[in-house]
Each structure stands twice: as C-alpha cells, then as structure tokens.
Design a binder for this molecule. Structure first.
Ligand code: ZN
Length: 271
C-alpha cells in the first residue's frame, strides 16, 4: 500500500475527522502575513507612514487614529474575506469531508472555512477571526460581526470619518479586531467548548487528524493533537508538513507524515 492509499483508507474508515489548519493553509487561500510581495502596492499609505511592509507587521502596529486603523483593517477583510474564493486545496478538503463528522481547529483568522461553507459550529478559530470585533477597553464585552462596518469603510474609502468607527454597546469604547493583537484577547470560549465536547465524544471512536500547514507559529495545534493520538488507540495522525521522524516512536504505525504541503496532500487524497 502506498502512503496515500493508506491515508485514504484511514480517512474513509474514520468515524470523525479533526482538521488542524495553520499558516500554510492561509497561504493556500491567498493570505501570507509574512510576505512583502505586493504589500507596498496595495497598502502604500500605510507602508509609507508606518514603515511596515507585511500584513503581519501592519497588524501589530498601533495607528494614529481609529479611523485610519479601521480603514486599513477594512481593506484587508474586504480583500481576503468578503471577496473570498475557495482555493483548489479548500475544495479538495470539502470533498474529503463530505458526509463526515468533522471539527476544524485553525490558527487562520480570515473566516476561510466558514466562507467555504463548512459548519461554523464545527470550527474553532484559536487566534480569533477578523470578521468579528471585540471591545478595546480590555474587558470582555462580547463579540460582534464587523462585516457591515467593513462595507461602510470600503464605500467611504479615503473619505471615511470618525463616526464610522464602531463602538462597544456596553461601554462605548472603540471596537477592535477579534485577534490576539494585544494583551486582552478573549478566545471564543463557546467554540472551544464545542471542540472539547467533540474530542471527548470521539475518544473511543475511529478518528483521523489531518494536519494542514501547521508550523511553529501555532504550537497549540501540534503537540496537544499528537498527544491525543498517543492516548487513544483508534486514532490516526496525517501530517502534510511534518517528517515521519518528527513524530513520536509509539505513533509510527498510526501516523503518516508527508514532508510536503497542504496542496499536495489534499490533491492526492481527493484524487
Ligand atoms: Zn466595552
């Protein structure tokens, strides 16, 4: 049996599939937060004023005003989330999970999986979701959808004014993106709880974990998952990016690591 045949069998036989998706999968969907390519062309004003040349650096920057901040955030959300088209990789993943029980844990934050049509109650966005906003006061006043705000900022363009900046309904502080950009990030506890229930409910079942583009920037999607597979005898681990010797000795028979990338693995599995 080739590795792909074996991997397909594990997926087919699984009662449930858990997908862990990191940076590599975000790149498949067109969002590379570490890349300088095109940044200065697309976001010239920001690049010049703040001397930032990647999306990652720009997100870490505190801008001079909330209007400027939301103007930039809106461009990003509009480009990558509102105008989202699923990649070939994403379509292949949909095909693989069709009719399956699944849960997706991801460090991508651009609403890709929801936009691609996966069940939003089966997704945990570990690093937040920039189509949602939170209160900037440092107190957890809940999450709100920000897509209408984004549309208004995009419509206003360079004429956006302060009155478009969204405010907290509880304390009237400005709202900010639901991402860990500062010390007060509150993960989505409901989604986290749903994921824990899913894991617990499948302990004794056949489960395949499919790792897609997870790297050292999201360790919480790597080691804890490997430990679960070590713990439960009917679970298997499929890794797009890791090498076989990255995985523990006692998992060698129940794991396959392809030392490749999400695209290649998904294309081969969906064939
Ligand atoms: Zn508030």
């Amino acid at each position: 049996m080739t590795d792909f045949t074996k991997a397909k069998k594990w997926l087919n036989d699984a009662d449930a599939v858990i997908v862990t998706a990191g940076n590599g999968m975000a790149r498949e969907e067109g969002l590379d937060i570490l890349s300088e390519e095109n940044f200065d062309d697309l976001y010239g004003d920001v690049a010049e004023k703040y001397d930032v040349h990647t999306i990652g650096d720009a997100l870490d920057k505190k801008f001079a005003s909330w209007t400027e901040q939301w103007t930039f955030w809106s461009q990003l959300i509009n480009n990558y989330s509102l105008n989202y088209e699923p990649s070939e990789s994403m379509l292949a993943l949909k095909k693989l999970l069709k009719g399956k029980e699944y849960f997706i844990a991801t460090s991508t934050f651009a609403h890709f999986f929801e936009n691609a049509g996966f069940n939003e109650n089966r997704i945990f966005n570990a690093f937040g979701d920039w189509t949602k906003m939170q209160c900037s006061s440092g107190i957890n006043h809940g999450l709100k959808d920000d897509r209408e705000v984004v549309r208004q900022f995009i419509a206003a363009g360079k004429n956006a004014t302060e009155d478009l900046v969204p405010k907290c309904e509880v304390c009237n502080s400005e709202m900010e993106l639901h991402m860990p950009l500062n010390a007060h990030f509150y993960p989505d506890t409901d989604a986290n709880a749903r994921m824990r229930w899913f894991l617990t409910g499948n302990e004794d079942k056949k489960v395949a974990i499919l790792e897609l583009g997870v790297d050292e920037t999201s360790p919480q999607l790597l080691d804890p998952m490997v430990k679960l597979v070590e713990q439960f005898g009917d679970w298997h681990y499929l890794a797009a990016d890791l090498r076989q010797d990255d995985l523990p000795d006692d998992l060698q028979k129940r794991s396959l690591a392809f030392d490749s990338n999400s695209y290649d693995l998904l294309m081969n599995l969906a064939k």
